[in-house]
Ligand binder design. Structure first.
Ligand code: ZN
Length: 285
């Protein structure tokens, strides 16, 4: 197994609580680029074995981590992919994955501060898939072979912008700066007992808001990748936000406020810790 990190903009592997600069471990400077590293994820198992006390750069707990995949070419989001969340949203279950884009400019790391674009900004804890190889028309049985790893994501959503007009503006409402915290590590699929059954949760200011398991996904990861690649090619580093369980603010009549902290967690993967601050809204037309 491996855990791929971004430490000071450079790819690193986590081992025994320490980070190990990937270029140093491999002897190849090009592997310092996190986007190169994710595209060569097939080599990371062996490189992780090469980490030793002599390659350790510091404690992961003391490092400032960036997004493990900082510049994805495509970022897919899947809406209404947990039955209980579709129910709380008052929406019909979609007959196929309800797909939108989070524009890549919103992707940030696990401890980024999130500027709130208004009074209706919401949290959505999600398992995020990172693709490791260019692929199209992937058979569901072959899907895990094109996955570089899994991590956590927050699909932060400005409900006012998202729900402006009919049809709604999913892509823009979910793409303000820093609306895509990800990390803390990109974790290899073999690190999970079952990559289709990962516990995840979200706390806002210490209050548990969301808690579920990814086995409740209506369209699980193999179905999502099979469906998306039947239409689009996917590229190394592409991300898929797989959907959020119930417990979002919109259903509670309560949104994020400046000064609040969002803690998002998942088994094996770890936690995101994102404070909120006052931001700038969309241009009033
Ligand atoms: Zn979402």
């Amino acid at each position: 197994m491996y855990r791929l990190l971004n430490v000071n903009g450079r790819a690193a592997l986590e081992r025994d609580g320490h980070w190990h600069d990937l270029a140093m471990v491999s002897g190849e400077e090009s592997l310092a680029d996190p986007m190169v590293a994710v595209g060569r994820s097939g080599e990371l198992h062996a490189l992780s074995e090469r980490c030793s006390p002599s390659t350790a750069g510091g404690l992961v707990a003391e490092a400032v981590l960036g997004a493990p995949v900082p510049e994805p070419r495509q970022v897919f989001g899947i809406g209404l992919n947990y039955r209980d969340h579709a129910g709380e949203s008052g929406m019909e279950l979609p007959p196929a994955p309800l797909t939108f884009t989070k524009f890549p400019s919103c992707i940030v790391g696990p401890t980024a501060t999130v500027p709130l674009s208004g009074g209706a900004v919401d949290w959505e804890a999600e398992i995020v898939v990172a693709i490791g190889a260019k692929c199209s028309s992937v058979a569901p049985s072959d899907v895990w072979g094109v996955v570089a790893g899994l991590m956590l994501g927050q699909d932060i959503s400005d409900r006012e912008v998202q729900l402006t007009g009919t049809p709604p503006q999913f892509c823009l409402g979910k793409s303000f700066p820093c609306f895509g915290p990800t990390g803390p590590a990109l974790v290899s699929v073999d690190a999970f007992d079952d990559p289709n059954d990962i516990g995840l949760w979200c706390d806002v200011n210490g209050e548990r808001m969301q808690e579920s398991r990814s086995r409740h996904l209506i369209f699980p990861i193999p179905a999502l990748i099979g469906y998306l690649t039947s239409i689009c090619s996917l590229y190394p580093g592409d991300l898929i936000f797989t959907g959020t369980p119930s417990g979002v603010g919109m259903a509670r009549g309560r949104f994020l406020a400046p000064g609040e902290v969002i803690v998002t967690g998942a088994e094996v993967i770890g936690e995101l810790n994102n404070p909120c601050t006052t931001g700038k809204g969309a241009l009033a037309l």
